[in-house]
Write a protein that binds this ligand. Structure first.
Ligand code: 5GP
Length: 198
């Protein structure tokens, strides 16, 4: 992969021999994250929420979101099993790292990079609910509504609703690569169709 450490985003990149096109550039991402930070700051004034960041993908979004929140807040991390090197969800969720913080009676915001099927988020919310938090909400940078299977999944803060295609960059990986890109890229549909025809 050509990792573009330039001040502007290249329109297309190749990662693991697949072509991706620019989808959300850094300026759009940062502007939207500032809005989300402002909304959260207003909603949680005086409540000192704890952000639970879902590793690995959400680390970059969490760092920027936290800097956009201008009230007292804390952070902790949990980790679930990932896609591995695949582009589709296995549908199987395991907890690889639990949170350390005590979230009983705390205002909890789960911070995710992307909600796809929604199975991971459902699993996380069920786990956290067992600790009786004072409140439990979700902030996700991206949501693919067309592939979300879980009914009644409330996503309180959503950065962008996106097409049902695989995305990389800004924390999101393809077989562990591409997390370092400052912009988000989406699998080139034309390329994908072409491969399916072959
Ligand atoms: P879900 O359980 O909602 O199907 O998937 C959640 C997790 O799958 C996300 O936290 C993320 O790690 C991964 N994921 C879902 N869609 C994508 C995608 O388009 N690109 C990447 N890189 N990861 C994704």
């Amino acid at each position: 992969m050509a990792a573009p450490h330039t001040s502007t985003a290249p329109p297309t990149i190749t990662c693991r021999d697949e072509r991706f096109r620019l989808y959300l550039d850094r300026n759009r991402l940062q502007a939207r994250i500032r809005e989300l930070g402002q909304e959260i700051s207003e909603a949680y004034a005086g409540k000192s929420p704890i952000l639970i960041s879902v590793l690995n993908g959400a680390f970059m979004f969490t760092a920027d979101l936290m800097r956009a929140i201008n009230i007292d807040c804390e952070i902790d991390f949990l980790k679930l099993s990932s896609y591995g090197a695949e582009k589709v969800s296995s549908g199987q969720v395991h907890e690889l790292k639990k949170i350390d913080a005590n979230v009983t009676d705390r205002h909890v915001i789960v911070v995710e990079d992307i909600v796809d099927t929604g199975l991971s988020m459902e699993f996380i919310l069920n786990r956290l609910q067992q600790h009786n938090p004072a409140s439990l909400r979700v902030a996700t940078l991206l949501h693919k509504p067309a592939s979300t299977e879980v009914d009644d999944l409330t996503l309180d803060y959503v950065g962008f609703e996106i097409d049902n295609l695989f995305v990389i960059g800004y924390g999101l990986d393809y077989g562990q690569l591409a997390r370092n890109l400052p912009d988000i890229y989406i699998l080139d549909e034309a390329e994908e169709n072409h491969q399916n025809d072959a």
